[in-house]
Write a protein of this length. Structure first.
Length: 276
């Protein structure tokens, strides 16, 4: 859902584009928008989140709503103006705190998610999630408390390209991915040199292979890069298995020691420790 008035606004110095920094990439290119203009309202938002195709059909747009199940995780990001217990919508009445929490609970009851996370970027947005039944399955993050403003950033004259909360969150996520890849690739190279010197020419039994792999993963999580809430990192972990095909207990211990020495003595790793 996007009102989509910014790209071709006369004040946009990059006509037809959406950027979050002056010389940054165009995020509008290739973007799929299901609901625009007057269809960006509280009723369509309710329909999408709760899976109500009948309600969605009353408004111009793709008609798409969540088809998710309890096997899926859902992420919601809202960015607009707000006030205490209220979020503005480009068209129609605002979403109240009661509205938002009711939509979430309806989606929960309808089995529309396993876990749901909502990020809200608006002034006094902390008020919107106060009292929400938050648990391991529903959580949220807001740009401000219930009594604070939220602010724009990356301004050039009268034009501001981004809001501070979302810009920092996105760039932090991108930086963590880059840091992870650098740490992981360097570590693999060091481990490869270490294990090549000490591998024996026979296959390990499956139990020892699993022990080797699981130990390396746990050591990496503890000493190198926290895996919690960094789902992108999990896809790379399988590469540790290559060090466990041929080895013995001495090789495994050497690999663990090498990992600890590299990670605990690396200043860039210290920056991401404890960051989730």
């Amino acid at each position: 859902m996007m009102y989509d008035d910014v790209a071709y606004d006369p004040g946009n110095p990059h006509p037809g584009e959406l950027r979050n920094i002056q010389n940054g990439p165009d995020y509008r290119k290739g973007m799929v928008v299901d609901y625009r203009a007057t269809s960006v309202n509280k009723y369509v938002f309710q329909a999408v989140l709760t899976g109500n195709t009948v309600l969605a059909a009353f408004y111009e747009g793709s008609g798409r709503v969540l088809k998710s199940t309890t096997a899926d995780n859902v992420f919601i990001f809202y960015s607009d103006h707000g006030a205490y217990n209220v979020l503005g919508m480009p068209s129609g009445p605002p979403i109240t705190k009661s509205d938002l929490q009711s939509y979430i609970e309806t989606a929960r009851s309808a089995g529309k998610f396993h876990k749901l996370s909502i990020y809200v970027e608006a002034c006094e947005s902390g008020s919107m999630l106060s009292g929400l039944e938050k648990d391991d399955f529903v959580n949220g993050l807001t740009a401000s408390s219930a009594t604070e403003d939220s602010y724009a950033c990356n301004c050039a004259g009268p034009i501001c390209y981004a809001d501070l909360f979302s810009y920092k969150w996105i760039t932090n996520s991108e930086q963590k991915r880059e840091q992870f890849q650098e740490i992981f690739n360097n570590l693999l190279q060091i481990l490869r040199v270490t294990t090549d010197k000490f591998q024996e020419d026979h296959e390990l039994v499956k139990d020892l292979q699993d022990y080797c792999y699981e130990t390396l993963v746990l050591q990496f999580d503890e000493h190198c890069f926290p895996l919690r809430n960094n789902a992108f990192a999990f896809g790379s972990l399988r590469r540790f298995r290559s060090f466990c095909v041929k080895a013995n207990s001495n090789v495994i211990q050497r690999a663990i020691n090498t990992m600890r020495l590299y990670c605990m003595g690396n200043s860039s790793i210290a920056e991401v420790q404890g960051v989730e």
